[in-house]
Design a protein around this ligand. Structure first.
Ligand SMILES: [Cu+2]
Length: 150
């Protein structure tokens, strides 16, 4: 009888510590969907890459940078209205935030990943390239990117 009570107490303590552990370790849970790319219309040596980044976790995360064997370098860009009224793209001066329980859409005409100095044998329609995204908390996530005509 006494050992049962002790067992119950031990289980209770275990449960409480597990719950406490979960609550204190808020973390992002990042996944990437529908990643695709295409040669850039404005920059012959570059390619735009688009995707939906989802975060099912309870903490936000930041996309900091990336790399790909098919690209000389990877930049994070945003589309902006230039002073002459036309659209251009800017290298972002801050990370892309993926809110807790939310998502960010990287799309044509908005935020996007730019493949600079693309390897034309790999970054071409019909091919699939690897892209590694670097997140502040989630670390590196490598995804396949399907290259299309448009
Ligand atoms: Cu760009």
């Amino acid at each position: 009888m006494k050992s049962r009570l002790l067992m119950g107490l031990a289980l209770g303590v275990l449960l409480i510590s597990m719950l406490g552990g979960c609550a204190s370790a808020a973390a992002p849970s990042v996944t990437v969907e529908d990643a695709w790319g295409r040669p850039s219309m404005d920059m012959p040596t570059a390619g735009g890459i688009f995707m939906v980044i989802k975060n099912g976790g309870d903490a936000s995360d930041n996309l900091l940078s990336g790399s790909s064997p098919a690209c000389g370098s990877i930049e994070l860009h945003e589309m902006v209205m230039k002073s002459d009224g036309t659209m251009g793209m800017n290298l972002m001066d801050h990370p892309i935030e993926v809110p807790a329980g939310g998502q960010v859409e990287l799309k044509s005409g908005g935020l996007h990943v730019m493949c600079i100095m693309k390897n034309d044998d790999e970054f071409k329609p019909g091919e699939t390239i690897d892209l590694t995204l670097v997140f502040e908390k989630s670390g590196e996530i490598t995804i396949p990117v399907e290259v299309r005509k448009e």
